[in-house]
Design a protein around this ligand. Sequence first.
Ligand SMILES: [Cu+2]
Length: 216
Amino acid sequence: MISASALAAAALLVALPAAGSGPNPVTAGPGPHAVAAADPGPDAVALALADPGPNAVTVADSFRTRAGGAAVTYAPDAVPGGARVRVSEHPAHKGGTRFTLRVDGLPAGRTYGAHVHREACGPKPEDAGPHYQNVKDPVQPSVDPAYANPRNEVWLDLTTDDRGTGRAEATVAWRVRPGEARSVVLHEHATETHAGRAGTAGARLACVTVPFGTAR
Ligand SMILES: [Cu+2]
């Protein structure tokens, strides 16, 4: 007579190798059930929408004097090579978006203009193209305050503290169209707002490429 506990132990001994990554790749590998498990289903989608964390796009890098990484400086006296930059895009619950910019290692007590631009950074400052606009100004370059304003564009001007750290945050009531906003440009001075110069902020000092609108 074999006891119940002995049967259970025997079953366990048989079951253990099968449960591990045993020699049977058909059951151990990603079969049809793995596909079902990878699909998060409606509940998981709702959870993702309720929590803006996982949907954020973040780029953190150091400025380099040659294009190639995410961040490039065109004016090392104003934005030194090795200075750090971090940009995040946080889609909010009701269709809005919050953007954050942080820089470290810049000259202390200096004000920079900063905006989201349409193209990725390149070897030349102008490679980043014009500002991203939610509603595009039919007249380009756009210097009309009706379009070139911080509600229709993303402005992230900042002033560094005595340690050379600067932070900016901007919230808009819309989402970026994927593929149409690809960088943040740091400019020479604070962003102007009056007609004919709205949105301008002097020379383009540095740029960081960010794939805005790609986290959904
Ligand atoms: Cu700009």
